[in-house]
Write a protein that binds this ligand. Structure first.
Ligand code: SF4
Length: 504
């Protein structure tokens, strides 16, 4: 879809408009002037004085149909120029979504929001002391968020504050993410740093050497500066694709190097691929008091697993779940994906029926997203996925099923190119939520990433600004440069965790 836009010379408009166009069309291109005849032409007009006003007129070239929308937003005298421009962008986005909705008859339940973390908006309002009813109205008026999604946001925020009552004052602690970039095989939809482990023992050894170094050095710095850890999360890849012995040494290092590990609120290890779980590895996890794991079926349809390259059977998932349970794992998460190739509502219902037999403590329901780097996106025509309407039905089935089985939503996030422009939602039996997931979504403290592909998020304790710093994704560059990346992180931590920053 080629869309010509007029009346918005400032380039800062183009990206948000492109993000909005992507919500409606699989492939779209926004350009100020298109040489040949564009598919759509949108004329914008905006003014900013006592209020902000924006209008859009859309013309469909083929049919000659026209659509129009206008919007007025209030302006306060204290607004800086930057804030005023933000308000203009919001009004322009608003009218653009409106004309596209009218034209396509697609209703965007998240309105003009294209960001990853909608609940952050509501948290900010809670922190400012804005009463819920006013906050909800603002979300609907300013961002066009539907009542249904505002309600979901409120449920999530309420649950998060019940689980972590001190969420807004955890800036003086950090959480740790540890990335282990190996998996038994690579799944088709995957863009994580994940390398098939077979035949790579040399690379695994060097990688673990680097990781132990990072844990030691960061742990030393945290101890010296009296900073505690809230949560630790092992992800990847699949952190249980290394051997039981390697896992044992890694956790021993964690206990020896990090401060007060016995007081860390939660340690999670993703055992995502059932084909990596063995009694020996479970024993190691239990030995080090790690009792939250993730066993990820994604789907209980065997043909789907084969199509996406997961190379494990449905039975294996069920067997490994029972094995983990019988050995004493009492907080198991399972990940499901809505919209996997070849699946529609009946297949997803089968997956929910199988889930019912296991009743994991938490369930993360993802909606498939086509990420640029995945095999699935590169060969899109090979993978047939459900329509937008069907995906919405599956999502509703997940909502109903979780509510009927005692689960409550406790975190959510959105991704670009997600099917149906929906969201990923983490559900949990109350009291079994993952605190790390809340910390990573709501960005209320610094998260230090160690290992391959691990991205650190440094939160400035005064300004609230977030700075990202990523370790290399491939094991070779990591193995060559881990010392440099460790020291850089320590340098940044030193700049943030100063006495002055914490006197506020
Ligand atoms: S198990 Fe997870 S990390 Fe590993 S290849 Fe599959 S999707 Fe990627």
């Amino acid at each position: 879809m080629r869309i010509e836009i007029k009346g918005l010379e400032d380039e800062r408009f183009h990206r948000p408009l492109q993000n909005i166009a992507n919500l409606f069309f699989e492939e779209s291109e926004i350009l100020p002037t298109i040489g040949e005849k564009p598919d759509l032409q949108v004329d914008f007009h905006w003014e900013a004085s006592e209020t902000v006003f924006a209008r859009a007129m859309l013309l469909v070239n083929e049919s000659g149909k026209k659509f129009e929308s206008s919007q007025e937003l209030c302006v306060s005298p204290e607004m800086s120029e930057k804030e005023l421009f933000k308000q203009v962008k919001r009004a322009v986005s608003y009218v653009f979504v409106n004309v596209l909705q009218d034209m396509t008859e697609i209703n965007q339940k998240w309105g003009i929001l294209t960001g990853v973390r909608p609940t952050k908006l509501l948290h900010r309002k809670v922190q400012q002391g804005i009463p819920a009813s006013i906050a909800h109205k603002q979300l609907a008026d300013d961002y066009m968020i539907s009542e249904e999604k505002v309600e979901l946001m409120q449920k999530v925020v309420d649950r998060q504050l019940a689980v972590v009552p001190d969420l807004y004052s955890l800036k003086n602690e950090v959480s740790i993410y540890i990335g282990i970039p190996f998996c038994p095989t690579k799944c088709a939809y995957c863009t994580f740093p994940a390398y098939a482990i077979n035949g790579r023992q040399g690379s695994v050894n060097s990688f673990l050497g680097g990781l132990h170094y990072e844990i030691r050095e960061i742990g030393k710095w945290l101890k010296e500066n009296g900073i505690n850890i809230t949560t630790i999360y092992y992800g990847g890849g699949t952190p249980t694709s290394i051997t039981a012995e390697e896992m044992d040494m890694l956790y021993e290092e964690m206990y020896a190097s990090f401060p007060n590990v016995e007081n860390v609120r939660e340690i999670t290890v993703e055992a995502g691929r059932p084909d990596t779980i063995t009694p020996e590895k479970l024993e190691v996890l239990l030995k080090w008091n790690i009792d939250r794991i993730s066993v990820n079926p994604q789907s209980y349809i065997q043909d789907t697993l084969k199509a996406i390259g997961r190379h494990h059977t449905v039975e294996e998932t069920i067997d490994k779940f029972h094995l983990s349970r019988s050995m004493g794992m009492n907080n198991i998460n399972m990940d499901l994906i809505i919209g996997l190739p070849g699946e529609e509502l009946p297949e997803f219902r089968t997956t929910l029926e199988e889930t019912e037999k296991l009743m994991p403590e938490s369930l993360t329901v993802h909606t498939l997203s086509f990420k640029r780097a995945s095999e699935m996106t590169r060969n899109k025509q090979k993978y047939k996925v459900a329509s937008r309407e069907e995906v919405e039905k599956m999502m509703s089935a997940a909502e109903e099923w979780t509510a009927a089985h005692g689960y409550t939503p406790y975190y959510l996030y959105r991704q670009k190119n997600i099917l149906g422009n929906l969201e990923n939602v983490g559900y949990s039996i109350p009291g079994q939520e993952s605190i790390y997931n809340i910390m990573i979504m709501e960005e209320q403290q610094t998260i230090i990433g160690l290992g391959c592909g691990a991205s650190s998020k440094f939160l400035h304790p005064v300004t609230g600004k977030i700075m990202q710093y990523a370790n290399p994704k491939d094991p070779k560059s990591y193995n060559d440069n881990f010392e440099h990346y460790t020291h850089k992180k320590i340098e940044i931590l030193g700049e943030l965790f100063t006495k002055e920053n914490f006197q506020h």
